[in-house]
Design a protein around this ligand. Structure first.
Ligand code: COI
Length: 354
């Protein structure tokens, strides 16, 4: 692959932009007009193109469908008040993408291909980046095994694709979560840190059961003994304990969240005390019983910052204090918004301008 990459663009004859209700954007409901596609053949990425969004031909014995070699990223593009477009933390997402691909024995995507594919796609569909505050263009890069073969093997052929979707807030209200003491999302040494499809598929059943019980999400615990908090459904998790921000340390079973990393950096920049340390269920229970857990919130690309209001541990439902305008969760949310939309200095170089 050459470095000065030129990606050919075939534009759609019929944009469906005008049919989208930008005032009611449900997460993942709409896809933009175009998509990016490249193929891994003969041990290299080839034929990168932007084409109108459409189904792709796939063999029923494509290896991804049987053995689960699928990896994705979740990123966002934002529109500034002046109408410019920024993509948040492109390098960090690319780095995580390749770490996930490596864990799943899939080929790495070179940075140039990732960046040019993204930029060309977002430029082509720039009208799809919402203007409204709290809305953005969700970007979904993904790689999956396309080789047609039923035998159990590491695939030799893959598709690398990018699609985008205009989105609004992921959660409308503060969350009610259940500490999960039976099922696990990932064990140490497993694929929990990788953004592979199976991690999500495997979590659907316990999450559906929690939803039947009236919860929005689960708080996953460690696979060894269900003693420590790992992360929440689609997010990392933070607690505020006596003015200190606390989040569990990364491990092979926890996703290295880009929003998590950004919040820890912002806390450092602002001098907000923060600790990365294990949070045991017993400690959490004591804090909740004594009313010392000031805040809990999830953090992720899709969810951004999602305050938690109720936590259930072993069938006991605890209520956290009301979320006021001074809440740290809201402060992080505001600062992230201001950085992404160029309203405050981007001192860590997190924005890529389209
Ligand atoms: C994200 O936050 O980007 C995610 O990937 C979580 C979920 C929407 C799958």
């Amino acid at each position: 692959m050459q470095t000065a990459l030129q990606i050919p663009v075939t534009k759609t004859a019929q944009s469906h932009l005008s049919s989208i209700d930008f005032n009611h954007l449900e997460f993942g409901k709409y896809v933009a007009d175009h998509m990016f596609k490249a193929e891994w053949i003969n041990k290299q990425w080839a034929s990168p193109v932007i084409v109108p969004f459409a189904p792709i031909p796939l063999s029923p014995v494509a290896l991804a469908l049987h053995y689960g070699q699928t990896v994705f990223e979740g990123m966002k593009a934002y529109r500034t008040p002046e109408g410019k477009i920024s993509i948040f933390r492109l390098e960090k997402h690319h780095d995580r993408f390749n770490r996930s691909l490596d864990r799943m024995a899939m080929p790495a995507v070179p940075f140039d291909l990732f960046k040019e594919g993204l930029l060309t796609l977002i430029k082509t569909d720039s009208n799809w980046v919402p203007e409204k505050e709290g809305c953005s263009l969700y970007i979904r890069p993904f790689v999956f095994a396309s080789e047609a073969r039923l035998g159990v093997k590491v695939a030799d052929e893959y598709y690398f694709m990018i699609v985008t979707s205009p989105v609004g807030p992921y959660y409308a209200q503060p969350l009610k979560v259940k500490v999960e003491m039976n099922y696990v999302r990932s064990a140490e040494g497993g694929t929990g840190f990788a953004k592979c499809g199976g991690n999500y598929g495997g979590s659907f059943y316990p999450t559906a059961k929690a939803k039947e019980e009236g919860f929005d999400q689960v708080l996953w615990t460690d696979a060894k003994g269900h003693q420590f908090i790992e992360e929440s459904g689609t997010m990392n998790v933070f607690f505020v304990i006596e003015g200190t921000l606390v989040t569990p340390p990364l491990s092979t079973s926890i996703l290295d969240g880009v929003t998590r990393d950004s919040i820890l950096q912002i806390a450092k920049d602002l001098g907000i005390p923060a600790e990365v340390k294990p949070v045991s269920i017993e400690h959490l229970k004591t804090l909740l019983q004594e009313g010392k857990l000031q805040e809990a919130f999830g953090a992720g690309t899709a969810a951004v910052v999602a305050p938690i209001r109720h936590i259930s541990i072993e069938d006991h439902l605890y209520e956290l204090p009301e979320i006021t305008e001074n809440a740290l969760s809201l402060k992080f949310k505001k600062i992230l918004h201001e950085i992404r939309t160029g309203m405050v200095a981007d001192k860590h170089g997190w924005n890529t301008w389209v």
